[in-house]
Design a protein around this ligand. Structure first.
Ligand code: FAD
Ligand code: FES
Length: 356
């Protein structure tokens, strides 16, 4: 029997039925089909949420969708004809009936963990550390869904530190005053309380290219990318790493002691970008601080860095990691494409609104 998970209906509300699951739910305006499913509490198979792993792949049986990614990059002709598409990259134009290609499960193997500590990294970002009863084994760059047991609401957060021996796991979380999950997770009252954690998801990681590494991050994306760099220390020996970090003001950048671990990499260049610099930021800015958005200055900045480090302008063997706000990532990808960076050496994680 169909389990209908419908919210308040407006006249135009579209819906999605997943044939082989017994679930049907409302589609939210502008949300992808995966986001609407998660918001309705239906855990469809998914992993990266950015259209690269194909884990969420479904077949369209009825209705019409708009895909944010070109289907012919992802599927062959027969698959497209059969209706294959990615719910994490598609919005519905009409009500749809789809079929999941994975075994359908409405559980995500949630485990119970307890909140060990909450530490402020910036005025808006805090590091939440949880203790688990058994190792979670995330790969650096992966995320999991943290769920409040009372309400069942959950959001995705990337691992910023992990210790499978001590079974301690950290997530750098931006506090949104109106955030239904972040505000709860980060309140001091949460310390000692129990929350639920899903299995790790995602495939955000450093490519196997051997050249310099460019990191473009914003806000709490700093933690996830530092986690990847920390775990790749050996492979990064003697390779320049350019760490560009976008925040509104200098106070949004991690503190010197948190950034210092970048200096343990052999040749790391930390370049803060401030989009709403305050007079104080401008007075105290180091020679490296830039004012403005990264995508607008990326070409110019890279050409200065190439000259400074005596590097060639061939970007074929560079690796790129992008993490944070979707706008920063999309605009940076356009510039990188134009400059000749190879698509398969670029990995990104977009911190879109998540959860249900
Ligand atoms: C794969 C993935 C990994 C992620 N990893 C992280 C991570 O490591 N750290 C992290 O902080 N977030 C991360 N996010 C985003 C995170 O999952 C939540 O969407 C975010 O924390 C909002 O949840 P909330 O409970 O704060 O707000 P919600 O209850 O979802 O939203 C309530 C209101 O808060 C405000 N708000 C929420 N998000 C934003 C925003 N980004 N900008 C401006 N206003 C906002 C809006 O007013 C919104 O209407 C990730 C998202 C994805 C998809
Ligand atoms: S392609 Fe949709 S979750 Fe990875």
């Amino acid at each position: 029997m169909l389990k209908h998970l419908f919210q308040r209906k407006s006249r135009e509300t579209l819906s999605c039925e997943i044939l082989n699951s017994g679930f049907a739910f409302d589609l939210q305006d502008k949300a992808t089909i995966l986001q609407s499913a998660m918001n309705a509490g239906v855990t469809m198979a998914h992993n990266c949420q950015v259209g690269s792993c194909k884990e969420c792949c479904c077949k369209l049986i009825e209705g019409d969708i708009k895909s944010h990614v070109e289907l012919d990059y992802l599927f062959d002709k027969e698959e497209i004809e059969a209706g294959y598409f990615l719910p994490c990259q598609s919005v519905a134009k009409t009500s749809v009936v789809i079929e999941s290609l994975k075994d359908f499960s409405d559980t995500d193997g949630y485990a119970t963990v307890s909140v060990e500590s909450i530490r402020s990294l910036t005025p808006k970002i805090k590091r939440l550390t949880v203790r688990s009863q058994k190792p979670i084994y995330p790969k650096p760059g992966q995320y999991c869904n943290l769920m409040l047991p009372e309400s069942g609401e959950y959001r995705s957060y990337s691992f910023s530190e992990q210790d499978d021996i001590e079974m301690l796991y950290s997530f750098d979380i931006t506090h949104h005053a109106a955030g239904r999950v972040s505000a709860h997770l980060l309140s001091q009252a949460a310390i000692g309380s129990e929350i639920k954690v899903s299995k790790p998801h995602g495939c955000f990681s450093l490519s196997n290219a051997k050249g310099p590494v460019l990191c473009i991050v914003a806000g709490s994306g700093q933690g996830a990318v530092m986690n990847i760099l920390r775990s790749s220390k050996e492979t990064l020996k003697h390779r320049p790493v350019f760490f560009m970090c976008s925040t509104k003001t200098m106070s949004g950048q991690y503190s010197k002691s948190d950034i210092d671990e970048l200096n343990q990499l052999s040749d790391c260049h930390y370049i803060p970008f401030l989009t709403q610099a305050q007079p104080n930021d401008i007075q105290t800015q180091s020679g490296y601080t830039r004012i403005g958005r990264i995508p607008l200055q990326l070409k110019q900045e890279l050409s200065k860095l190439l000259e400074q480090c005596s590097l060639s302008s061939d970007f074929e063997d560079w690796s790129v990691l992008l993490c944070g706000a979707p706008g920063l990532i999309d605009d940076s990808l356009t510039v990188l494409d134009d400059m000749g960076f190879r698509k398969n050496h670029i990995a990104f994680d977009k911190y879109e609104l998540s959860g249900g």
